[in-house]
Design a protein around this ligand. Structure first.
Ligand code: GAL
Length: 362
């Protein structure tokens, strides 16, 4: 695992130098700071992980919004193995599937509290319900680490104002959207504007409507093209709920209605893989007469990027995020504090670096 982390940090460093080299690295991460600073922070965090203190009898309750989500399945598996490596007993790591149902998840959280867990790690079904989740945990004096789906600013402010043991670990989705747009912009307008009409015709396939990742990736991918001075025209903007099958159908319909489409943006790789099936079924060829980008860097998607079947993706670093979440949980258990926001950087992935990322995570 250490080897994997070291190679990931190497890739981050390489990517930073590549971005600086081509002048494409605009920092859209707001408060989360610049990439090299965050990389250093990640390295520091990894190097300074506290040891000592027996945590083998401590219980962790992990709530995942939906096990059938490809990315969250990888995330929870990595989280579990990291927690075991940190000294938690496997029997004391309890992971449950919210099945995309907030009332079910609320009950799971309450059950964990009744069961006496020492810390909660929660991937909320609906972040709009975060305040009541927080209230449940704080009311029972159980520290809480939110992962992947970020509660809104007012909610985060409450944790800070009240000095509660509640924090969020995740990435800033604006950066992933920007990187998607930049992957396309870096190809050059004359390459992407296949019909030469001066405008880029695109299809957008979104995650779920409630999710800030979906909103930001949708907005910022297009903003990156506009910032590059390109005219864009949306052919279809549909909700695929992060799912391959839904995206496949949506893209099939959109391509049939709008054969002039030049770019397909998908908010994640599962949907991009679904989109690819429909692109191929329509007799189109990525890299020749259409372009396709996703987010996550699932192994299958990285393979497609290497094979030229996807234009690019954005690495959503589940290793850094799950390890930071595990570290934050352990720190709470040991009586220490955490920052209320623990960030992580995305990495832009094209055919140039897909193999390095693939080798690091497999
Ligand atoms: C995103 C990820 C998606 C999906 C979503 C769930 O960060 O890119 O694939 O897992 O989280 O909230």
């Amino acid at each position: 695992m250490k080897k994997r982390l070291v190679s990931l940090l190497t890739i981050i460093a390489l990517s930073v130098s590549m971005l600086v080299g081509c002048g494409g690295a605009s920092d859209t991460t707001g408060d989360s700071g610049n990439i090299s600073q965050n990389t250093t922070d990640t390295a520091k965090k990894t190097a300074s992980e506290e040891s000592g203190g027996d945590i083998s009898d401590k219980k962790v309750g992990v709530c995942i919004y939906q096990f059938s989500d490809n990315f969250m399945t990888l995330f929870k598996d990595e989280l579990k193995s990291y927690l075991v490596n940190k000294g938690f007993s496997e029997d004391n790591i309890l992971i449950v599937d919210g099945q995309n149902d907030q009332s079910k998840q609320n009950k799971q959280i309450q059950d964990f509290i009744n069961d006496g867990v020492d810390v909660l790690i929660v991937n909320a079904v609906n972040t709009s319900d975060a305040a009541s989740i927080t209230d449940m945990a704080v009311g029972a004096n159980v520290p809480l680490v939110y992962i992947n789906r970020e509660p809104d600013a007012d909610e985060e402010q409450r944790w800070q104002d009240n000095k509660w043991n509640v924090c969020y670990v995740g990435c800033d989705a604006r950066q992933s959207g920007t990187y998607q747009g930049e992957i396309i912009a870096d190809l050059g307008k004359s390459t992407v504007d296949l019909n030469g009409d001066g405008t880029i015709q695109y299809i957008m396939i979104e995650g779920d409507p409630e999710n800030v990742d979906a909103k930001y990736r949708t907005d910022y991918s297009i903003k990156a093209l506009e910032d590059a001075g390109w005219n864009v025209s949306c052919m279809a903007d549909e909700v695929g709920n992060w799912e391959m099958g839904q995206a496949e159908q949506l893209v099939a319909d959109a391509l049939a209605a709008h054969p002039e489409t030049e770019v397909v943006f998908c908010n994640n790789d599962a949907m991009a893989i679904g989109a690819l099936k429909s692109i191929e079924a329509a007799g189109r060829t990525v890299g020749t007469d259409i372009y396709l980008v996703g987010v996550d860097a699932l192994s299958e998607a990285l393979q497609y990027v290497m094979d030229g079947k996807m234009t690019g993706t954005v690495f959503n670093d589940l290793f850094s995020q799950s390890h930071s979440a595990g570290d934050a949980a352990a720190r709470y258990i040991k009586g220490s504090k955490n920052d209320h926001y623990i960030g992580c950087d995305y990495i832009k992935v094209t055919a140039n670096n897909a193999k390095e990322i693939y080798d690091s995570i497999n």
